[in-house]
Design a protein. Structure first.
Length: 67
């Protein structure tokens, strides 16, 4: 999914949905780090992508809280 589409999708969601997506992304990041530590991770760039998605989710949550 493209970045702009992802952000537009996030802005359309409610705070509860964003919170659920944030929890899911953090779990995925934990699993990716665990796989990386045990040398089972093939696509290491996925870690960077998930970290940025977490930051995007948190940014949209902050925007909604300030609005």
């Amino acid at each position: 999914m493209k970045t702009k589409e992802f952000i537009a999708d996030l802005k359309a969601k409610s705070v509860e949905e964003l919170n659920a997506e944030l929890v899911a992304a953090k779990k995925e990041l934990f699993n990716l780090r665990f796989q990386n530590a045990t040398n089972q991770l093939e696509n290491t760039s996925r870690i960077k992508e998930v970290r940025r998605n977490i930051a995007r989710i948190q940014s949209v949550m902050t925007e909604k809280a300030n609005a």
